[in-house]
Design a protein around this ligand. Structure first.
Ligand SMILES: Cc1cc2nc3c(=O)[nH]c(=O)nc-3n(C[C@H](O)[C@H](O)[C@H](O)COP(=O)(O)OP(=O)(O)OC[C@H]3O[C@@H](n4cnc5c(N)ncnc54)[C@H](O)[C@@H]3O)c2cc1C
Length: 443
């Protein structure tokens, strides 16, 4: 590995994804020099398509923006802690109802431009094949960590890493969508402006579509891939797998028509495919919930059966990918340090969280704790009553029967005994806000 600058490095960060860039920012804003190692574009992950930092590999949505949703609460905490990723996301926000969705190109370009040129960052464009033996290290190489590094992590930790499989959704050009058939609207008129493009289906069209989807040719998976995919929960189930689980599954899942009226018929459609704006120019839209592992030619054939997408021009087709993470409950403390070598921290998807915001959150915690260690202070443990704290406690709690990656949700909070439903949620949010304020004051 070669470095272009020669300075005293405080921390080495491996991977310039959502977690790595957030960690780096937290360090440089406190004037700590960092070495940042990123392998793209020299070595590809297979899913990333650019040479930019913080590339969003699939959806351009960073999750709900509503204050009473877990993802909204997580963003609130991150903003209070000065999260760089969340700040840039708001800067490049595109219309998406109550979700925070971004122009992925502008978002990644801004982060890359700022960090690559920063005087406190020694950027190394190469594959890390081992965790460095000296200094503080934050390993944030993500779900698609290169095989050589995964192998050496496995050797160092003396335990198998875990894997499951995820899929990504296709992107189409806006001008290729037939707006005589498709219509702009948000469910229940929530966004008022009509942020989503909706492709409506009647019963006959829906049944024909589901039939074609289930029968379409898929990219062959190895036995390991099949077993792993079955075994582990993930938020990105391929659309054909959802369809297979029952003829109405899509109509009650990503294709649910509730809260929508087709202006051409004045009625609620039988099913709907929703498309969300993908860039600020609004030249690209993604098919929401349409992660897929169909063969590319089959995707074009089947997805063009969707009313309004008969002539769709596909800018990216869906694909399926490995998703790796370590056995955090056995290996990490809630400060994200390795139990057997506290100078090494793990952040991002590799540490067992699931999702863009969750990955950025763990990057922020690892960055913050690296700063504290360099200042001679104890790394902080976030209170489990907060959103970030509940996530960290969940992934590092050594009592899971089987550990699966976790996203932000209210189910992982303890909550007050006896409370259920909305009351439980309200109590959790109230306690989280109060505890978080006290926690910030104590830092
Ligand atoms: C196919 C797929 C689809 C997904 N879709 C979604 C989605 O729609 N919504 C969502 O919230 N989450 C999604 N995820 C999860 C998503 O990847 C994470 O939420 C997020 O990107 C993880 O952030 P990270 O920083 O941990 O990893 P990444 O953002 O992937 O960053 C890791 C970086 O490390 C680099 N790297 C890897 N190995 C090395 C090495 N040896 N040396 C140097 N650099 C290396 C990579 O090139 C990459 O830039 C998806 C994941 C996959 C695999």
């Amino acid at each position: 590995m070669t470095s272009r600058k020669n300075k005293t490095i405080g921390v080495t960060v491996l991977g310039a994804g959502l977690a790595g860039t957030e960690a780096v920012y937290q360090l440089i804003r406190r004037q700590i020099p960092v070495r940042l190692v990123e392998m793209r574009p020299k070595h590809s992950t297979g899913a990333h398509t650019s040479d930019q930092f913080a590339e969003l590999v699939c959806s351009n949505s960073i999750g709900s923006n509503l204050p009473d949703r877990a993802s909204g609460l997580l963003k609130e905490e991150l903003r209070l802690l000065g999260s760089y990723i969340i700040d840039v996301a708001y800067k490049y926000r595109v219309p998406a109802g109550n979700a925070l969705a971004v122009d992925r190109g502008a978002f990644a370009r801004e982060i890359t431009r700022y960090l690559k040129g920063h005087t406190l960052i020694d950027f190394v464009n190469d594959e890390a094949t081992e965790i460095p033996d000296d200094g503080l290290v934050i390993v944030a190489t993500g779900p698609l960590t290169s095989p050589a590094l995964l192998q050496s992590i496995k050797k160092r930790l003396g335990t198998a890493h875990l894997e499951f499989f995820d899929a990504i959704a296709p992107l189409v050009s806006t001008e290729s969508i037939n707006m005589k058939v498709a219509f702009k609207a948000d469910r229940y008129g929530e966004g008022e402006k009509g942020d989503y493009i909706n492709c409506p289906m009647n019963k006959e069209q829906y049944l024909a579509f589901v039939d074609a989807l289930v029968k379409a040719e898929r990219i062959e998976l190895s036995k390991l891939e099949k077993d792993e995919r079955k075994k582990y929960f993930n938020a990105c189930q391929p659309v054909e797998i959802i369809a297979e689980s029952g003829v109405d599954s899509l109509r009650f899942g990503p294709m649910k028509p509730v809260g929508l009226t087709d202006p051409n018929t004045g009625k609620r459609p039988y099913a709907v495919v929703q498309l969300r704006q993908d860039n600020l120019l609004a030249s690209l839209y993604n098919l929401v919930g349409f992660q897929t592992n169909l063969k590319h030619a089959e995707q074009k054939r089947v997805f063009r059966m969707i009313p309004g997408l008969e002539k769709a021009e596909f800018f990216r087709l869906g694909q399926m990918h490995r998703n790796s993470y370590i056995n955090a409950p056995k290996l990490l403390t809630p400060t994200l340090q390795l139990k057997k070598d506290s100078r090494i921290m793990f952040a991002g998807q590799l540490c067992g969280v699931e999702g863009y915001t969750e990955s950025a959150a763990t990057g922020l915690v690892a960055g913050m704790n690296a700063v504290r260690m360099l200042q001679g202070k104890e790394p902080v443990v976030f209170p489990p009553e907060t959103m970030i704290g509940s996530l960290l406690h969940y992934i590092t709690f050594d009592g899971h029967k089987e550990f699966h990656p976790m996203n932000a949700n209210f189910g992982i909070f303890k909550g007050e005994a006896g409370l259920k439903g909305d009351l439980r949620k309200e109590q959790i949010i109230k306690a989280a806000r109060r505890t978080f304020r006290e926690f910030c004051d104590s830092l």
